[in-house]
Design a protein around this ligand. Structure first.
Ligand SMILES: Nc1ncnc2c1ncn2[C@@H]1O[C@H](COP(=O)(O)OP(=O)(O)OP(=O)(O)O)[C@@H](O)[C@H]1O
Ligand SMILES: [Mg+2]
Length: 249
């Protein structure tokens, strides 16, 4: 039975910007995502995807509304929510002086994992993400694709039930993206709930079980690929995207 692992309820986020005044980055987003499901968020630049994901990941406090991650409320119990999720963002930092292995192990210790478990997980991740070539090299000397693999590993070292990934394959070559996409699929197959944002339509189509289209801080449309195709009377995701954005404008 599918379990609801993420429930966002009326999330809003307003930023005060010195030049632009109050910005309503997210204006009321609610949705559910389940175990064994990859949910993709698509939307134009500035639509509110990253802000939404940051609220789910307890990095940003919602202005109003809340979300529940694996039973833990992000506003009233952010620490418990954080233990149940892994968050990957574009600017997920790595310590330049640590090797890939040391970096991942360091995060395992931050999550209070036992040394033995950390070692076992590290070996698994090294294989899944094909990292043996550079595993003992310092992070400062890695290519962007290699860094992204280390960042993903540090995000999932504690084996959380919920993964929140902001543009996980952005800037990667075909091979590195494929590795990461495979690891996302394998997380889904293990029953995890993955929420990711992407600008790559083909990736959203191939990878995501359900897709949400965010525009101007609201969820303009949400559903499986075929539900969206039916609703927007097309068989192309790009057309769904354009029509949903148009409707929500
Ligand atoms: N810390 C902040 N202070 C002020 N405004 C912000 C802040 N963070 C985001 N915004 C604004 O909120 C809006 C939504 O930004 P967000 O980063 O969530 O968009 P996005 O959908 O992730 O876009 P992209 O596809 O370009 O990554 C934008 O107008 C952005 O300028
Ligand atoms: Mg973004």
């Amino acid at each position: 039975m599918k379990q609801v692992l993420v429930r966002a309820s009326g999330l809003t986020k307003h930023f005060k910007d010195r030049k632009r005044g109050w910005i309503k980055a997210v204006r009321g987003i609610s949705f559910e995502a389940h175990s064994g499901e990859i949910m993709g968020l698509l939307g134009p630049n500035g639509a509110g995807k990253t802000t939404t994901l940051r609220m789910l990941a307890t990095i940003l406090k919602p202005t109003t509304g809340t979300a529940v991650i694996a039973g833990h409320d992000v506003v009233s119990d952010p620490n418990a929510a954080r233990q149940s999720l892994g968050f990957l963002s574009i600017d997920t930092g790595l310590y330049q002086r640590l090797t890939a292995r040391e970096m991942i192990s360091y995060f395992g210790r931050l999550y209070a994992m036992e040394d033995k478990t950390i070692e076992r997980r590290i070996d698994e991740l090294k294989d899944i993400l094909d990292m043996s070539d550079f595993f003992n090299r310092r992070c400062g000397k890695l290519s962007s694709g290699q860094k992204q693999k280390v960042s993903i590993s540090r995000t999932i070292i504690h084996d959380p039930p919920v993964l929140i990934l902001d543009e996980p394959t952005s800037g990667l070559d075909v091979l590195a993206s494929r590795n990461i996409v495979d690891s996302i699929r394998s997380a889904r197959d293990q029953g995890k709930c993955v929420i990711l944002s992407t600008h790559i339509m083909g990736e959203a189509e191939r990878l995501c079980d359900r897709i949400g289209i965010i525009h101007n801080g609201i969820m303009a449309a949400i559903g499986t690929r075929s539900e969206l195709f039916d609703r927007f009377e097309t068989d192309r995701l790009e057309t769904v995207f354009l029509r949903a954005v148009d409707e929500a404008a």
